[in-house]
Design a protein around this ligand. Sequence first.
Ligand code: HQG
Length: 176
Amino acid sequence: MSISRRIAFLLRHRPETAGLTLDANGWVPVGDLLAALPIGRAELDEIVANDEKSRYAIERRADGSEWIRANQGHSRRVAVDLGLASASPPAVLFHGTPGRNRASILRDGLRPGSRHHVHLSVDVPTALVVGRRRSADVLVFRVAAGPMAAAGHVFHRSENGVWLTDAVPPEYLLLE
Ligand code: HQG
């Protein structure tokens, strides 16, 4: 596993495998994370700064302590509340997924799976990249986010620009 994948694994999915405990908002002391990795602080800063999706945030608190967390993507089994304010989404968002999910998504809508939220992309190219992580055969759904919000569905925007919502009912989905 690359160091970057290991950081995501520890901060989003299985912190306990390295003896880490995330606080209620998903933060862990930078020193604790470093103790679980074969890299130093400079290398960690470089990974955080150069991550192509800005997956991680480091914050310095008033007492001088430094903390790191993943901006989104946590497993549901990791009980974190990112404390994201609700936000008004663009009229349309997108979701890329393997073609094999087509019938089930058209029937049930988008479900968060093992994560806290359904993840939505701001444009088709981004949705294609997300879908291609899982299959070369990618479908992109257009999500009527504006009408969903108007009907009371809550959206959040993560620090790194991913739109999050609990679920997308099938009536708000259209195949691109
Ligand atoms: C699918 C990456 C069948 C859904 C990305 C997806 C993203 C259904 C999979 C972030 C379904 C869950 C999240 C239904 C949803 N029937 N399949 N009813 N509803 N699905 O990984 O969106 O690189 O939890 O389409 O960029 O692929 O990790 O979600 O294929 O932002 O930072 O169930 O992960 O970011 O898979 O990806 P995931 P995702 P990182």
